[in-house]
Ligand binder design. Sequence first.
Ligand code: AVJ
Ligand code: FE
Length: 440
Amino acid sequence: EYGTDPGALRRRAAEALLAARERTAALTGCVPDAELTAQHSPLMSPLVWDLAHIGNQEELWLWRAVGGRAALRPELDTLYDAFEHPRAARRALPLLPPEQARGYVADVRGRVLDVLESAPVEGGGPLLAASFAFGMVAQHEQQHDETMLITHQLRTGPVALTAPDPPPAPPDAAALPREVLVEGGPFTMGTSTEPWALDNERPAHVRDVPAFFLDTLPVSNRAYRHFVEDGGYDEPRWWHPAGWEQVRRHGLTAPLFWRREGTQWVRRRFGVVEPVPPDEPVLHVSWYEAAAYAAWAGRRLPTEAEWEKAARHDPASGRSRRHPWGDEDPAPHHANLGQRHLRPAPVGSYPRGASPLGVRQLAGDVWEWTASDFLPYPGFRAFPYREYSEVFFGTSYKVLRGGSFGVDPVACRGTFRNWDLPVRRQIFAGFRTARDAEPR
Ligand code: AVJ
Ligand code: FE
């Protein structure tokens, strides 16, 4: 898919690493160093932990595993092991101070680029095939960049990040059909060929998905506000029992960051308070809130298989494609990705990123909660480490699909799987709804 030319594979890997590092530098360079060591929320690490963790993972996988070299800083391994210390406890660890963390990640990177020069990018086993390990590490850094972006959203204080707004929705957005019919039948889910796909996206396998209807667009703030103002948060019948428990315990009345001011709703977004924009996809809702809205609307969340079929299955060819728009890599006209904007685009945006059936914004803008638990595909094999996916499989985590405005294109694919606890609201998550097409 990426070809076998070693020069091209090395260039692709180097570019992905460089793009991630530029973003990391921006996210950790836009606030005073004192803010890097602060705990902005018990849900998040201090930014300086993410920074050195990025370098430590790069040392582990590219310097040690691929390069076969001796450990540079073995004493850092437990400090920056995500399983050793919960996020809220990391502030109290003897972390590298910001200047040292920057020096460490730069040192690792310099050495890794030397490894890349001489590493076989083909025929060196699965870690090296198509420079997989380099792609994995670039995606890891970009995923932590999104995590750091979430920390920025939770932080209070002077504005640190700015970006232009996305353009308004195209004129046809208001006239789109509310939902599309996805015909029943088999489709190929997951992948065995996408070179940088992570272990949980593999292998490709056939799923039979009965006919269903899916929303053309993500649920908007306007629509979600109707649920709020219809007393949705006062009505236990819409809620999963654990979701209702969360509503009661925390006194939830609206999405995270929303506040009522007189007759209008405002929200805080990267340090700025603004009216909630009615035409944007709703953001910062938990799985429980998404599921409650869907129940109130007489609908349900799509399953993960339904979501992927809508995003990848091409009814004309019967083939599963890499992205909703086809096989080309994501470009700015396809989707709101890569933190080019600090908000989702209005619902109905990106007609050139639509699926064959006309479903819009399946990639970018907001992560979309699905009904499904995070489970392995048949034939799953943990690779290269159990802690990326396997230890999270089970009934605790719900799958999110598609990707937010904070996802980089290198970590955006029709097969990409994200997951989180159903109570989580700080992530850039929204949803769309579905319904059965035939009685089951
Ligand atoms: C796939 C986003 C759930 O952030 O916990 C980062 C990605 N894995 N470092 C996470 C990840 C290891 C992961 N998510
Ligand atoms: Fe990590």
